[in-house]
Design a protein around this ligand. Structure first.
Ligand SMILES: [Zn+2]
Length: 212
């Protein structure tokens, strides 16, 4: 009981003493928030309510100084200027972001291309019969069906798109034409354009002894 009465006592005299001392920091005046009688928001937020016209009328009548502060021609002008500057900054930021993203994407694609390997396999089916498979063309944006058609016509043989044992699409050409295909790629004939020669390798796949 005694405690309850004693508690507020020391706080009260402390304040004036502090304020009297010349070097003591002046206590900040408490923030006065004026709430709008129409929309109940603090008056500087009336625009976010849905009664702005009535809010303004109320403010003009009851607090003309604040009305001028927020809604005078001058206040509106400076506000518009700030807003458009903010928008401008945001737009610039968005644009820079988009550009950086596009650049990163282009770089990633280029890297992928440079790292992509075209593997041309010379596959022995029997002692005298070979097929040639080409893997990795799609990384260079080459349509596999078009490539198969071009090679079939070029070598007057059969060519098709089929899945390799790893489940990846590749072009399979009947016949032993691996090195001819390397030449076509180096010359960039037809659809076989834009592949750096360094990215092409030929591998031999001999028929396994055990399978004979
Ligand atoms: Zn209001």
């Amino acid at each position: 009981m005694a405690k309850k009465h004693a508690a507020p006592a020391p706080a009260a005299p402390a304040q004036p003493a502090e304020a009297d001392a010349p070097d003591a920091p002046q206590p900040r005046p408490p923030v006065q928030v004026l709430y709008c009688a129409v929309c109940t928001f603090p008056v500087e937020f009336c625009e976010f309510g849905s009664h702005l016209t009535r809010c303004k009328e109320w403010l003009k009548e009851n607090h003309p100084d604040l009305y001028d502060k927020y809604y005078s021609e001058e206040a509106l002008q400076s506000k518009i200027g700030t807003l458009s500057l903010e928008n401008q900054a945001k737009l610039d930021k968005d644009t820079a972001k988009k550009e950086a993203k596009a650049e990163a994407k282009a770089n990633a694609e280029l890297k992928k291309k440079l790292a992509s390997q075209i593997t041309i396999k010379r596959i022995e089916r029997t002692k005298r019969k070979h097929v040639t498979s080409i893997h990795g063309l799609e990384a260079f944006g080459i349509d596999l069906k078009k490539a198969a058609k071009q090679l079939a016509s070029k070598f007057a043989t059969g060519a098709s798109v089929s899945k390799n044992p790893q489940g990846l699409d590749e072009v399979v050409v009947q016949g032993d034409v691996a090195y001819e295909i390397v030449d076509l790629i180096e010359e960039g004939v037809g659809v076989l354009k834009g592949i750096p020669a360094d990215n092409v390798e030929v591998v031999e796949e001999k028929k396994k002894k055990s399978a004979e």
